[in-house]
Ligand binder design. Sequence first.
Ligand code: EPZ
Length: 412
Amino acid sequence: MKILVEKSEPLKGEISAGGSKNAALPIMAASILCADKCSIYNIPNLTDTDNMKNIMQSLGCVIKGNEFDSSNLCGFEAPYEEVKKLRGSFLLASPLLARVGRAQIPLPGGCPIGTRPIDLHLKGLRAMGAKINATHGVVDISCKRLKGARIYLDFPSVGATENLIMAAVTAKGTTVIENAAQEPEVEDLCDFLNKQGAHILGAGSGTINIEGIKKLKGVSHHIIPDRIEAGTYLAAFAITRGSGRVKNVRSEHQKPLMAKFTEMGVRLYEDGEDLLIDATGTEKSVNIKTMPYPGFPTDMQAQFSSVLSVANGTGVVVETVFENRFLHISELLRMGADIRIDGRTSVIEGVKRLTGAKVEAFDLRGAAALALAGLVAEGETEISGAEHIMRGYEDFCGKLRGAGAKITAQKD
Ligand code: EPZ
């Protein structure tokens, strides 16, 4: 799939963010923990969420609209063909293990941004009594009844925190996760589980206490807005020097991004669940360093780098979370950006103009970054590999066109 972008006027108007991909994936997986039906609302319509549903249905879950019914769960083996399309499918490991005592998940493998290990997930599950055998590319995990444990995460891994919370909610005894991820998506998962009767304390902090219970009950839940989708649209207004409103934004989830945009000279105003942005003035460059939440989100690094590539001055970008998340830079250079990479640091000299070019997207957020750059590049930009966009952005081109962007998707 290709995305064609032409130099556009400063964006004006409204863009709405949908439900969070990175909250929906663990929460859909967590619905397997409960033998009753759950209703989950505001799941974004993405290839990632479709793939998660496909895997769950292959295990016997019945999914009708917003209703998830795992009462007839009949399998514990996630199919390789589906798993290789969705790294997040490893989030099914703990729910399957807790529900049926076994999980067989093909190793998710790496992706363009990094090797994406799962050692912290497995270290925690072993501590809770699971037997783990990883051979022939499949992780086979078994345990009759998980038991509570005190687990220290060497890195505040989002996925490992989520998997271990899901393992702990029906385990025997109490689990304490230290150096846990504090992302809002982890908190939303805990809200969903606590509504079902789980006893989770400390969600959103670095230490999470979970007292195991026997059974969860079915509930309904509304997924939080996607802070990275919203941030991407804020960056679209910023790079085009536009002004408008991004709807469905939890501003408390946007603090690092708001701070950096404000430092650049972009004006932001909170209005209920919306953020008003006025980027009509000049924008000076700033430095960013990605960190686990509440630091600057790694998932906004590529998009923000595009904004810096046409800001005034020099910006230094340090990517501390993933080892290979600068794949968009080679393509930005082809559009006339002035960027030097040194390991996990890139130095971005703002330029007066970018020029449209044929470029390639290698990962989800890099694809979004190239589209943003195309909005201000002279002429036309043709982005191949744009199917990455469908993984994480619902109606990306349509939403941007709604604010005046000249952007269309084209099937290959
Ligand atoms: C989640 O991935 C998100 N995905 C990612 O979003 C996001 O970039 C990432 O968290 C960090 O915020 C989903 O929630 C589905 P991690 P996850 O485990 O859980 C190392 C997007 O663009 N690590 O926090 O896989 C790992 O190598 C995607 O929407 C271990 O060393 O991220 C990495 O360096 C991209 N061992 C760091 O932790 C482990 O066992 C962060 O990984 C696990 C992780």
